[in-house]
Write a protein that binds this ligand. Structure first.
Ligand code: GAP
Length: 547
């Protein structure tokens, strides 16, 4: 029986297969690893490159047809990982890109305060009916004990309880009331909060009171540029690829003959010193992003937001991910990042979130926040003069003020921002298919286009001219496809190895090949075999892979 339900796939098994077959290894493993860092092995690199190339193809080289029936215009970029540090002041990352962090003095472990609720418990009978929700509120109230954040805590609490099928009644949740107050107007004293903290038992200890109060922790990795290590030489590894695009907006505009609306796309590494990297490569400290900034006239931005939202879902489905494992989640107003007017996440049902979903990509309406910030901080004008709008306004007989108002503007930005390494995780989870009926007990059901190896080429036995015929076919095919020749072990073992690698086809040269020029092609998913002429193998593969 094959298993496709994410809730029945084990992350431990997926991680083990990734290591066993060379998809993903812990970074610097021989030195004990480094938390939050991963190395992509030969198959993982090929899988990642295939996803990367498909995103580039569908974003830059062959982007979708826009809502008006014309192809949209998007150009590529590869900007520096380290930029002038003023970039990150302007973008808001120096002041605001932080997570609340809590240390345990006993276990010496560090946690993200807003994720701690899953494991920590409050002792004391008074708080026994404690609910995971309440601990989130503990940290919330502790960190930002003001009216606005308490009101937010109320809204979050209400949403959480309703989502779990309950009716929200704060008086039923003693510790919630204790912290957030019976109503959001009420302050919570520092003594009360200290007392509560003293009763909390952290996830990796038995003693209460070993957790420190949360404090803000900036997620950017710092480094120094040049020989002198002082404040003036401080720089940052980029936490997102997006800002490199904003910094080059004028360069692209002045060199590429693009006009509004248009996009700039970039794929590259980003770095975040995450407080608690977790769930394999889901949240790591070094990862890759695929981001596109779509610049448009402010009035057109709602149309483009809707367009990119739908296009991005189409793209994820084109990877072969089943639609029931994908969904949209619109951000509530209180969740929006400081730069964002509207945001929707594309979410995936990961085995570690199932039956719930987790973030895969964000499509954000960033307004004119970034370009305005860079205009202010760099004193470089980012305004766009829109000749076409000017002409249309003139033709419509508008006044000079009206014409100026529509033809000069700082563009708005719609940003589809996804993680390439997170996409790798999604394809690994989606493809992982336990199947008791086959020797490998599992196979990786990648859509052929994304499979690291497209075909295995096997001589049935290493004699009677079969290895030579297989070698010739292999040399021909490798000009076009990632193929692998395997002569070792019995054919069943070779199939099993390819099943675990997710190779969609195995081509076997046997005794008949030498007499009638036919080979068997074994299909990974059905395990069925068909005989075709050796001269048709290339066409067969290209038809299957390009689907
Ligand atoms: N420029 C906007 C931006 O960076 P984000 O939601 O912080 O937005 C976009 O990141 C995407 O990058 C996420 O949806 C996720 O796929 C990926 N991502 C973010 N942090 C990550 C991490 N620590 N590890 C792996 N992927 C991450």
């Amino acid at each position: 029986m094959t298993i496709t339900d994410p809730a029945h796939k084990s992350m431990d098994d997926i991680v083990a297969l990734c290591k066993r077959r060379g998809f993903v290894f812990p970074a610097s493993e021989i030195y004990g690893g480094l938390n939050g860092f991963w190395d992509y092995g030969p198959l993982g690199t090929a899988l990642k490159n295939n996803i990367r190339d498909w995103w580039w193809k569908r974003t830059v080289e062959c982007p979708p047809i826009g809502p008006d029936g014309e192809p949209v215009s998007i150009v590529g970029l590869d900007s520096s990982i380290i930029q002038n540090p003023k970039t990150w002041e302007a973008s808001g990352h120096v002041g605001g890109f932080s997570d609340p962090m809590v240390d345990c003095t006993e276990s010496k472990k560090r946690y993200r305060a807003d994720q701690l609720h899953a494991a920590a418990v409050i002792t004391s009978d008074e708080y026994q009916e404690n609910h995971p929700l309440q601990l989130t509120m503990v940290w919330f109230a502790w960190l930002e004990n003001d009216e606005v954040s308490r009101a937010q805590a109320y809204r979050k609490a209400e949403k959480f309880v309703k989502k779990n099928g309950g009716k929200f009644d704060p008086s039923q949740h003693a510790s919630f009331m204790f912290l957030a107050g019976a109503d959001p107007q009420e302050d919570v004293s520092i003594e009360d909060r200290a007392m509560l903290l003293g009763r909390i038992v952290g996830p990796d200890t038995d003693k209460p009171g070993t957790l420190t109060p949360p404090r803000d922790f900036n997620l950017m990795f710092e480094t120094y540029v040049g020989a002198i290590r002082d404040e003036d030489a401080k720089a940052y590894l980029r936490p997102e690829t997006a800002q490199g695009i904003f910094l080059n907006y004028l360069n692209v505009l002045n060199t590429m003959r693009v006009k509004m609306p248009f996009g700039i796309a970039q794929i590259g590494k980003s770095f975040r010193n995450e407080v608690t990297p977790r769930n394999f490569i889901f949240r790591s400290r070094e990862f890759e992003q695929m981001e596109m900034e779509w610049f448009c006239a402010p009035e057109d931005s709602p149309k483009w937001y809707q367009f990119w939202k739908e296009e991005r879902m189409n793209w994820w489905e084109s990877l072969g991910i089943s639609p029931e494992n994908l969904r949209f989640r619109d951000h509530d107003e209180d969740e929006l990042a400081h730069y964002s007017k509207m945001c929707v996440d594309v979410e995936y049902q990961y085995p570690f979130t199932a039956p719930g979903f987790g973030e895969l990509e964000g499509v954000a309406h960033r307004g004119c926040f970034d370009l305005t910030q860079h205009q202010t901080h760099s004193k470089t004008k980012m305004e766009y003069f829109d000749q076409e709008r000017q002409l249309r306004a003139k033709e419509a007989g508008k006044s000079k003020e009206e014409i100026d108002a529509v033809s000069k503007y700082i563009p708005n930005v719609i940003e589809p921002a996804s993680g390439l390494t997170r996409a790798v995780l999604v394809l690994l989870c989606e493809a992982y298919t336990p199947d008791d009926s086959r020797p490998s007990k599992v196979f990786m059901k990648f859509k052929p286009r994304f499979a690291p190896i497209k075909a295995g080429v096997f001589p049935l036995v290493a004699k009677d001219g079969m290895p030579e015929a297989a070698q010739k076919l292999y040399l021909d095919l490798r000009e076009r496809f990632a193929v692998q020749m395997d002569v070792k072990q019995n054919i069943g073992r070779r199939y099993a190895r390819m099943d675990e690698a997710g190779t969609p086809f195995c081509v076997t040269i046997d005794g008949e090949t030498l007499s009638d020029q036919t080979v068997t092609v074994r299909d990974r998913d059905s395990q069925g075999q068909q005989r075709i002429n050796i001269s048709q193998v290339e066409t067969f593969l290209s038809e299957q892979i390009e689907q």
